[in-house]
Write a protein that binds this ligand. Structure first.
Ligand code: NAD
Ligand code: MG
Length: 393
């Protein structure tokens, strides 16, 4: 039996992970579940999976969960705080760790899982964006197995030769073609982007996801973060990564080889496919996703990305090329700006403005240790917050 810890089990990826795990009770046993504040959903998940541990980051949510679990007679041990997350990420009973917390909050438990040599199923792209160098170092030192869950990176992984880590050019790869749906505003004119609402931004045409990543998809910051994520995962520089807008989201990404071949992974847009792939790799297991119907799809379209309507994409390339803590600063400013946008304190186009100004005001440093990364992350958050307040005044 493989013990699985699901970090962020109440979220969109967490729920899809449990859906796949539940289809294979002979293969997987859930050993720990974690969430921030959502007690009700956590109670249901504990009833269904009876994990050894349940972690609520929020203290009072942990107390409430504890009471409710006792009332229904469950023995699951309740932990709280970041210490709780780290405990269930590196405990011996966890063979695999699904890293599906949203945002910078995932970094510490993800690093703990990598350090402990787990199979890490990485959905939380923010931890590679913030600290890709340190993260990959931990993976290498411990011999952890890092498997990408982000659908594009999972597709790239599936299309890569086995020995890609030695270097892409040696492996005969000359380009990564990172596909993007273009989000809900793919063809919206700049003038109209000024007044789009959070409701419009979170209504993704193909994927159902958490709010933060949905806004990131609308601004194409998600693709920018994915360019950075791909640089770390595939040990390459941003100039080998070409973003290809592909509105149908059927091709999840491609790898172009020196002999002219292009390998792609296709499938219905459902995260259970990359989740099942990473859970079973190198085997294949059933995921619950319907087969792709080629006649139903009928056509596949491709477009070049528009860097002028989607400045977050340009800012991401600039940040990874600058290196050091610049991607962490970009990520932190984005988290603050997206939160303000969702709370109607910032316009949609204001998101990119706030990030760009934050990047120009906060000096980046070599990302040698977590302290410096958290310091610049914090400074970027404060700077972005101030800019948002100034703009509203
Ligand atoms: P979500 O908002 O649906 O769920 C987030 C989870 O994280 C929840 O369980 C929540 O309780 C937990 N959480 C939130 N704040 C926390 C905190 N401060 N401390 C600890 N836990 C906290 O998000 P999601 O859409 O499932 O995305 C999760 C991650 O996966 C993100 O990094 C996202 O970029 C990535 N991802 C998601 C998708 C998708 O289809 N949803 C696709 C690719 C990558
Ligand atoms: Mg993705």
């Amino acid at each position: 039996m493989i013990g699985v810890t699901v970090l962020g089990s109440t979220g969109s990826i967490g729920v899809s992970t449990l859906d796949v795990v539940a289809r294979h009770p002979q293969r997987f046993k859930v050993v720990a579940l974690t969430a921030n504040t959502q007690v009700d959903r956590m109670v249901e998940q504990c009833q269904q999976f009876e994990p050894q541990f349940a972690v609520m980051v929020d203290e009072s949510a942990a107390d409430t969960l504890q009471q409710q679990l006792r009332q229904i007679g469950l023995q699951t041990e309740v932990l709280s705080g970041v210490e709780g997350l780290v405990h269930v990420a590196d405990m011996p009973a966890a063979d695999y760790v699904m890293a599906a917390i949203v945002g910078a909050a995932g970094l510490q438990p993800n690093l703990a899982a990598a350090r402990a040599g787990k199979r890490v199923l990485l959905a939380n792209k923010e931890s590679l964006v913030m600290s890709g160098g340190l993260f990959m170092q931990e993976v290498q030192n411990s011999g952890a197995e890092l498997l990408p869950i982000d659908s594009e990176h999972n597709a790239i992984f599936q299309s890569m030769p086995r020995d890609f880590r030695a270097g892409l050019s040696q492996a005969g790869v000359n380009k990564i073609l990172l596909t993007a749906s273009g989000g809900p505003f793919r063809s919206t004119p700049l003038e109209q982007l000024k007044s789009v609402t959070p409701e419009q931004a979170v209504a993704h045409p193909n994927w159902s996801m958490g709010k933060k990543i949905s806004v990131d998809s609308a601004s194409m910051m998600n693709k920018g973060l994915e360019v950075i994520e791909a640089c770390w995962l595939f040990n390459t520089s941003a100039d080998t990564i070409q973003v290809v807008v592909h509105p149908q989201s059927v091709i999840h990404s491609m790898v172009q080889y020196t002999d002219g071949s292009v390998l792609a992974q296709l499938g219905n847009p459902d995260m259970r496919t990359p989740i099942a792939h990473a859970l079973a790799w190198p085997e294949r297991i059933e995921s619950g996703v319907a087969n792709l119907d080629m006649f139903d799809i009928a056509r596949l379209d491709f477009e070049e990305p528009d860097f002028s309507r989607f400045p977050c994409l340009r800012l991401s390339y600039e940040a990874i090329n600058q290196g050091g803590t610049a991607p962490a600063i970009l990520n932190a400013a984005n988290e603050v700006a997206v939160d303000a946008f969702l709370n109607e304190k910032l316009s949609f186009l204001g998101i990119a403005d706030v990030i760009e100004t934050t990047l120009s005001r906060v000096t980046s440093h070599a990302a040698n240790n977590l302290e410096i990364i958290y310091q610049d992350d914090q400074l970027a958050r404060e700077t972005a917050q101030k800019l948002i307040i100034e703009r509203a005044a």
